[in-house]
Design a protein around this ligand. Structure first.
Ligand SMILES: CC(C)(COP(=O)(O)OP(=O)(O)OC[C@H]1O[C@@H](n2cnc3c(N)ncnc32)[C@H](O)[C@@H]1OP(=O)(O)O)[C@@H](O)C(=O)NCCC(=O)NCCS
Length: 185
């Protein structure tokens, strides 16, 4: 990990690094669209204003944060984000993954590569971690494909568990245990 530049992973299609204060406009450019927000949790801003982006950078850009910018290879411009939420109590050895990508970059395999490598990275960084999870509404076929291709297993479906903007959805739970991850490696 090259902490000085904040880069944690240099992949074939993108770079994953810490957020910088100069990233606010690029975040808004990529994230301020219902195409992205419709599948994100309620805490994802919509509209995604510059002020919201600056607030996010303050929180996510801190050392030790598990939220990172996904950037272009050529210009290190933010085109998406990925991160992990901590669970607590008896679930504290599980983390929940979240991610988004600017629609201009969809369908190029960028997120499949990110989630595969980012999952490897977190298992390596946190030796006590037992499991990664991801939750996806059933309509989000692209995201389901990403998780499946990154080795996550469909563990069950929570029927009518999500209501966003008046649309009720079934929520599919995906998981990747440390054992599954190690066996696939
Ligand atoms: C989901 C998301 C991250 C996928 O990123 P991406 O870089 O385009 O993903 P990839 O290119 O690695 O893979 C997506 C795959 O799903 C496919 N796909 C996308 N939309 C699809 C759809 N509606 N039906 C079927 N397949 C679909 C793509 O064609 C691609 O498959 P292919 O490589 O076989 O062609 C991106 O669309 C996004 O940010 N969406 C909005 C936010 C979001 O949903 N975040 C995740 C919340 S769980």
């Amino acid at each position: 990990m090259t902490e000085s530049s904040g880069t944690i992973l240099k992949l074939n299609k993108s770079i994953i690094r810490r957020y910088r204060t100069s990233d606010a406009e690029a975040i808004v450019d990529g994230a301020d669209t219902p195409l992205v927000s419709e599948y994100m949790t309620a805490s994802f801003p919509s509209p995604y204003t510059l002020e919201k982006a600056r607030e996010w950078i303050k929180i996510a850009g801190e050392e030790g944060s598990l939220h990172f910018a996904i950037c272009t290879i050529d210009s290190n411009l933010v085109i998406g984000g990925c991160g992990f939420q901590h669970l607590t109590g008896v679930e504290s050895r599980t983390k929940v993954i979240g991610y988004w990508l600017s629609p201009k970059y969809w369908g190029q395999g960028i997120m499949t590569e990110v989630i595969t490598s980012f999952s490897d990275w977190i298992f390596g960084q946190v030796p006590t971690l037992l499991k990664l999870e991801g939750s996806v509404v059933e309509e989000n076929r692209g995201s389901i494909k990403v998780l499946e291709r990154a080795g996550y297993q469909h563990e069950g479906t929570r029927h009518m568990a999500v209501c966003k903007n008046g649309r009720v959805s079934n929520c599919m739970l995906f998981g990747l245990t440390r054992d599954q991850w190690a066996n696939a490696a």
